[in-house]
Design a protein around this ligand. Structure first.
Ligand SMILES: NC(=O)c1ccc[n+]([C@@H]2O[C@H](COP(=O)([O-])OP(=O)(O)OC[C@H]3O[C@@H](n4cnc5c(N)ncnc54)[C@H](OP(=O)(O)O)[C@@H]3O)[C@@H](O)[C@H]2O)c1
Length: 278
């Protein structure tokens, strides 16, 4: 694993692409000044990775925020995702064109299959492989794929996914899945590192906060990175966008990483990839 250095540091994907291990999530950020300002401010504060999805209905705002930031497009790692109702080969190709149009760009850095829609995700994957080979996407990956979904996909895929974006926080560590991804060189990426905010009601990091003079958010994000997991905390507040990124001046000890690992309860704040109906 690469060393954790700074807000623009990267993990190398199996195709050689450098993916910034720290980024901004945008789920539930409105497609107006809210997301535009958050993206612009984050990039001006040093972030170089923005995560959106067709389903968040804020791709236009994300694209505007990138332009308004003054940071060159090629210096930003931009992820979007194909939504479930668009899955299938032809429909994914169309959905991709619609996404890049809304984003105001002609390529994305990472395109993800948002959920493992039964009977469709293999055709969706073939469309991602085609777009990747054409150079429209720098890296392709999946999201919410459990081990059996990955094994099934790997059975027919020409290209091994570069990333699996999963719910990941102290109550949902899924170490076996993380190990499986590491073994297969699939970069693990955390969504909802704060359990969509519920983390702040739990008192699980107090000792570490006192020891390092850091917040709950900072302790948990640092733990993500030390586990080799890319993380994309969402905030639309400037003070939080900055403080969430202040995690490069301390290091958790191995027993502290293990302590956070030990809190795993299999508790989800979002849907179960084996049982979703959307
Ligand atoms: N692939 C998928 O299926 C999937 C699913 C869910 C999410 N995601 C991605 O992952 C990103 C992160 O996940 P998420 O948005 O679900 O949840 P999250 O990042 O775990 O939590 C976001 C919540 O925490 C608040 N917050 C942020 N920083 C804080 C701080 N320092 N102190 C207190 N509260 C703070 C935010 O509020 P404010 O904004 O008001 O600050 C927001 O309510 C998403 O935005 C999205 O890009 C992907």
């Amino acid at each position: 694993m690469s060393k954790i250095t700074d807000i623009q540091g990267t993990f190398k994907l199996h195709n050689g692409v450098d993916m910034p291990y720290f980024g901004l999530g945008t789920y539930l950020a409105d497609n107006d000044e809210e997301v535009i300002d958050a993206v612009k401010f984050a990039l001006q504060s040093g972030y170089r990775h923005i995560d959106t999805a067709a389903a968040y209905k804020n791709e236009e705002g994300v694209g505007k925020g990138i332009v308004d930031s003054g940071v060159a497009r090629e210096d930003v790692f931009l992820t979007t995702k194909v939504w479930n109702s668009d899955q299938g080969y032809e429909s994914t190709l169309k959905a991709f064109e619609a996404s890049v149009k809304r984003l105001g760009t002609d390529y994305v850095d990472l395109y993800l299959v948002h959920w493992p829609v039964a009977g469709k995700y293999k055709d969706t994957w073939r469309a991602l492989e085609k777009l990747y080979k054409e150079g429209r996407i720098k890296a392709i990956g999946v999201s919410n794929f459990l081990k059996h979904h990955l094994e099934d996909l790997l059975g027919s895929a020409e290209i091994v996914p570069m990333v699996n974006q999963m719910e990941f926080h102290p109550h949902l560590v899924q170490q076996e899945l993380l190990d499986f991804c590491n073994t297969n060189k699939i970069q693990y990426e955390a969504w909802s590192p704060f359990m969509q905010g519920k983390l702040f009601e739990l008192d699980i990091t107090k000792e570490l906060e006192d020891k390092y003079g850091k917040s709950t958010a900072q302790i948990v994000l640092r733990w993500n990175l030390q586990k080799g997991v890319v993380t994309i905390p969402k905030s639309v507040h400037k003070n939080r966008i900055v403080s969430n990124s202040e995690i490069f001046d301390f290091e958790l000890a191995p027993n502290e990483v293990a302590y956070l690992d030990s809190l795993h309860k299999g508790e989800r704040s979002g849907p179960d990839p084996d049982n979703f109906d959307f």
